[in-house]
Write a protein that binds this ligand. Structure first.
Ligand SMILES: Nc1ncnc2c1ncn2[C@@H]1O[C@H](COP(=O)(O)OP(=O)(O)OP(=O)(O)O)[C@@H](O)[C@H]1O
Ligand SMILES: [Mg+2]
Length: 575
């Protein structure tokens, strides 16, 4: 992992907030500038007050002390407020870009990033990174400037002594560097373990039914326990490395202090310094110890933040869906051509589409049939450019789809996919998904066409009923019908139903079938089904096998020719 690069990314996000950040620095610096006033006051008190008698009323002293803390507090509050305003804006910007990255990422991203990891990366990680760096920055600003001012005062008081106190600096630097290396190493291991833990939780939240059906609670508990223990161990190692920083630096610093005190005492005994000067010097020196110690504490959060930022950076830099097309089709007729299309998924041993030829005329209803894995869904993916062929050409209304803008290409399709995915929200919101104003009458007519209205009417809130996470309050067939209604709501030129009626009973299927029949000739329809009774009325049936069309024709023609389709039909009617 390259932590410096992650730092650069975070810095780039912080850059537009430089005004707020500078203001915050200014407040912190002002707050710290008040700091040396305390030992200075002591010096004045001890030197003049005790030896020569007070030259000012005694009530001034508490007033000055309290006043100093009020001023310092005010500055520090303002500094912290400004810093947090800036860092919360950085988090917002980061999250926005991360979300955009997910929305625009190439389909490949989703084969290796679980929803849980996406959630962590977008929601938790930026907050953590900005919080950690912000906190560290506060410490740095407050303590480094305090230290600077105190050192300045020390030099002013007695530069020889101050110089001597620097002898331990190289030793300190070495100790800090060693600890920092260890922090990076353990921090990375901890982060990776954290991700594995997220994935386990993610699996269990999604597949809870499977887990329980398999009576796998113990298995999952053990899996979780094992990883959580690894995570705990890493966390502890990390904390130990971080905790080592303080005593180590203190030890090194104590060497410096020992030398100084000895020297100062020696100087004082030779009359080179006053008592006030000595007390003041030691006070300032001791005050400098605490910020010095805090400074070594900033490495741990910063290192961890950089490790976390690495994940965010990977996501932001994830390859985008290529969208190089420039052309648009205003009104689509729905003519589709596949011209010797060759498509191989990454890492697959053989092509999913192996020189596929298809020609679907506008307004035609075609069916794709074939064994599981024949490449039917891949045809749809290629058409919508979720998967990109390495050979051949796909054309929509005669325009190669690669020349079309992605948004324009996809606008012409309404798809009910094989795996139904629904959104959190009401039935109406799901049917009219992302179409702005919800046309309630249209929602109802689409629900009716999908044979779901009768059920929706029985619900107390009607079309405003929430459907639960991914439609969990619905049955499988109801979910499918909801997805059909969602597709029907969309005015597209090409309608694709990929196994869209597989979970429906005969009655619902008949209703949906009729709705589809109603659209015939006004839309191009692509039906994919294993249940062949649903496709027999198609204008043309393409039988696919191993990524190729092996035969095509109408139901009657194909039965006549006695090929693959005919034997499929025979098998199904026998069963
Ligand atoms: N994202 C992917 N990565 C790698 N291989 C894939 C991917 N999606 C599908 N495949 C493979 O491509 C081939 C065609 O899959 P496809 O989903 O198109 O089949 P299908 O005809 O729709 O099957 P089914 O009737 O079971 O839905 C299969 O061998 C499958 O394993
Ligand atoms: Mg499929």
């Amino acid at each position: 992992m390259n932590l410096r690069e992650s730092g650069r990314v975070l810095a780039a996000y912080a850059k537009p907030r430089w005004r707020m950040l500078s203001l915050s620095i200014l407040f912190f610096v002002l707050g710290s500038a008040v700091e040396p006033l305390l030992p200075a006051l002591f010096k004045k008190l001890l030197d003049s007050g005790f030896q020569e008698g007070l030259k000012y009323p005694i009530w001034v002293v508490p007033l000055i002390i309290i006043g100093m803390f009020v001023v310092r507090g005010g500055f520090n509050f303002s500094g912290a407020y400004m810093l947090n305003s800036a860092s919360s804006l950085v988090v917002l910007d980061l999250r926005r870009d991360l979300m955009k990255a997910v929305l625009r990422a190439d389909a490949k991203l989703f084969t290796h990033m679980s929803p849980g990891i996406a959630v962590t990366r977008i929601i938790n990680d930026p907050q953590f990174a900005a919080g950690a760096v912000g906190g560290a920055l506060t410490t740095l600003l407050r303590d480094a400037t305090t230290l600077l001012f105190l050192m300045g005062y020390l030099v002013y008081l007695n530069w020889q002594l101050t110089l001597v106190s620097m002898v331990t600096a190289p030793l300190l630097a070495f100790a800090v560097r060693t600890i920092q290396k260890r922090l990076k190493h353990v921090g990375e291991a901890s982060y990776l373990s954290h991700q594995r833990l997220v994935n386990i939780v993610d699996d269990n939240a999604r597949a809870w039914r499977v887990v329980r059906t398999f009576d796998a609670m113990d298995f999952e508990s053990q899996r979780f326990e094992a990883e959580a223990t690894v995570q705990r161990r890493m966390q502890l190692k990390h904390a130990a490395a971080a905790a080592l920083a303080t005593p180590t630096t203190q030890l090194v610093a104590s060497i410096g202090v020992a030398i100084i005190v000895t020297l100062a005492l020696w100087q004082a005994s030779h009359g080179a310094a006053t008592v006030g000067e000595f007390v003041s010097f030691i006070t300032a020196l001791l005050m400098a110890m605490s910020p010095m110690r805090h400074l070594t504490d900033v490495y741990q959060p910063i290192t961890q933040a950089m490790i976390v930022m690495q994940g965010c950076r990977d996501l932001i830099d994830a390859p985008k869906e290529p969208d190089l097309g420039t052309r648009e089709i205003a009104t689509c007729r729905g003519e589709i051509e596949f011209d010797r299309v060759l498509l191989t998924y990454e890492g697959a041993p053989r092509p999913a589409l192996d020189g596929l030829d298809l020609h679907i005329r506008p307004g035609e209803t075609v069916a794709l049939v074939g064994a599981s894995g024949a490449g039917k869904t891949t045809v749809v993916s290629a058409l919508l450019r979720f998967a990109v062929p390495e050979g051949g050409e796909i054309r929509l209304d005669g325009v190669p789809i690669n020349d079309l803008k992605l948004a324009n290409l996809r606008r012409h399709f309404a798809v009910v996919s094989q795996d139904i995915v629904l959104f959190d929200g009401s039935i109406a919101q799901n049917v009219a998904y992302a179409s702005g104003e919800v046309d309630r009458a249209k929602v109802e007519s689409c629900l009716r066409a999908a044979n779901l209205m009768a059920h929706v009417q029985t619900l107390p809130e009607g079309i405003d009923t929430p459907i639960g996470t991914n439609g969990s309050k619905f049955s499988g067939g109801q979910r499918q019908r909801l997805a059909i209604a969602r597709a029907l709501y969309r005015d597209a030129a090409v309608w694709i139903f990929d196994e869209a009626t597989s979970a429906l009973d005969s009655e619902s299927e008949a209703v949906v079938q009729r709705s589809i029949e109603d659209m015939r000739h006004t839309k191009t329809l692509i039906l994919i089904a294993h249940r062949l009774s649903t496709v027999r009325n198609a204008d043309r049936i393409y039988a696919m096998s191993d990524g190729r069309v092996v035969e095509s024709g109408s139901h009657e023609e194909l039965l006549e020719s006695g090929g693959v389709y005919a034997s499929m039909v025979r098998l199904q009617s026998a069963g």
